[in-house]
Design a protein around this ligand. Structure first.
Ligand code: PGA
Length: 259
């Protein structure tokens, strides 16, 4: 299975800055077999970056979209409109769920819309700090995984990338967060694989990529990537700083060659 290193730029960089940054990354990154580097710039930069990028080195993801393909939805962009620009789309990120009040229905419809349009959804799931404190992690994760996949046919489940992003470990919220330990992540990964196995069978459980995200840095990336269930990382803050993002890619490459 491939290793995915996905940079989520969130609401950062102007169109010009995005282009300069991508240029810098393209100069430094060499395509490697089995390693998929993806960046998710803001929507306004997608068109120009799609012309600029070398997809053998860096592919693009959308950070958000609406699940209808077209129609009277002022201000929205559909995944069918993004089709020629991106290969991936992030769905159900906690910032969308909690700041923009995206519902479970929005999330499952978006997952289905992305697949319908040939774009790989990266479905984010993760418990909040209070859910964790109250011992609800397993239930929350199971619900989010099965809920997010509920409009997907059983054969298509392995086309979805799942990203475990504990909300309490995401640094973008401005708080000083403590990164999750690889042991915490290992448990949740096992739970996700088990949930997929019970519902869709062993093959789907083994072939669905699982990423981790939340305060990933060059210092801790190796710890997560070394987990046997980990197929990559979703990176916010550290993906905005070229040397950090490149270090993480190099680490992924190194571990991949060892696996
Ligand atoms: P962070 O963000 O790496 O800045 O914690 C991760 C994410 O929100 O995907």
């Amino acid at each position: 299975m491939k290793t995915y290193i996905v940079g989520n730029w969130k609401m950062n960089f102007s169109v010009g800055e995005s282009s300069l940054y991508l240029h810098k990354l393209l100069l430094k990154i060499r395509a490697a077999r089995g390693l998929e580097v993806v960046v998710a710039p803001s929507l306004v930069s997608l068109q120009s970056l799609s012309l600029q990028t070398d997809r053998r080195k860096i592919k693009l993801a959308a950070q958000n979209f609406f699940y209808r393909d077209f129609g009277a939805y002022t201000g929205e962009v559909s995944v069918s409109q993004l089709r020629s620009l991106v290969d991936y789309a992030i769905v159900g990120h906690s910032e969308r769920r909690y700041i923009f009040k995206e519902t479970d229905k929005d999330v499952r419809n978006k997952v289905a819309a992305a697949l319908r349009n040939g774009i790989t959804p990266i479905l984010c799931v993760g418990e909040t700090e209070s859910e964790r404190t109250f011992g609800e992690t397993a239930d929350v994760i199971r619900d989010m995984v099965l809920g997010g996949l509920s409009e997907v046919s059983a054969e298509d489940v392995k086309k979805v990338i799942l990203a475990y992003e504990p909300v309490w470990a995401i640094s973008g919220s401005g708080r000083n967060v403590k990164p999750a330990s690889p042991l915490d992540v290992k448990d949740v990964f096992s739970l996700i694989r088990e949930t997929l196995k019970e519902t869709y069978g062993k093959e789907t459980a083994e072939e669905t990529p699982l990423l981790f995200g939340g305060s990933v840095s060059p210092d801790n990336a190796g710890g997560y990537l070394s987990l046997s269930d980990c197929n990559g990382l979703l990176i916010g803050g550290a993906s905005l700083i070229a040397p950090k993002f490149i270090d993480i890619i190099e680490e992924a490459k190194r571990l991949k060659s060892e696996k």
